[in-house]
Design a protein. Sequence first.
Length: 215
Amino acid sequence: MSSTVPPAPDTVNLANVEAARRRRARMQEQERQSKLVRKLVTPEGAAIQLKLATASERAGAFLIDVAIQWAIVIATALGLSFAIRAMDPESANIAWAVWLVFFFFVRNFYYIFFELGTKAATPGKRALGVRVTSRNGGRLTANSVLARNFIREIEIGLPFQFLMMGGDQVTSWMALLGLVWSGIFLLFPIFNKDKMRVGDLIAGTWVIKNPKRSS
């Protein structure tokens, strides 16, 4: 007659410890996710729940968008450099001037163009499943989109231009000031509970996860 051998006490203890660890990790994740949920009341009085995008999702979307912008700029610059070989010097200068205007619009209006669309999201945001919305529950207005994106020039564009300055133009104190300035704006989404940029704070916007549609 065969008998079942009970598991060793050490094996049981290890299994219990692992199960407890997984429970704690699951509870911590649920608590972290719950902190990103916001209740919003629309102007019509309907209460809906939104989930904020995390700082890492926002950073990832921004890096994708920057990569797309630079891909557009570099591709058009290379194409133009080949095209101007067949142009006279005056026409080449005009072509480069037109390209500089194009570069200005790509840099400054890329985000505005996409966020004013029906999806209220750039390609980078769409890739990570996030979008921009108004914090008051109303329609996302052009003023809000313009405000949040023009503030980006102060948050990121200005420090970038500062870093591009030559060493003779920058003192150690100016470099320290630029570093502090960049740190405040770049880390702002990490240290506020709504994961907002300064631009979001001024424009009255959130970046949220796209709600999943039930099939």
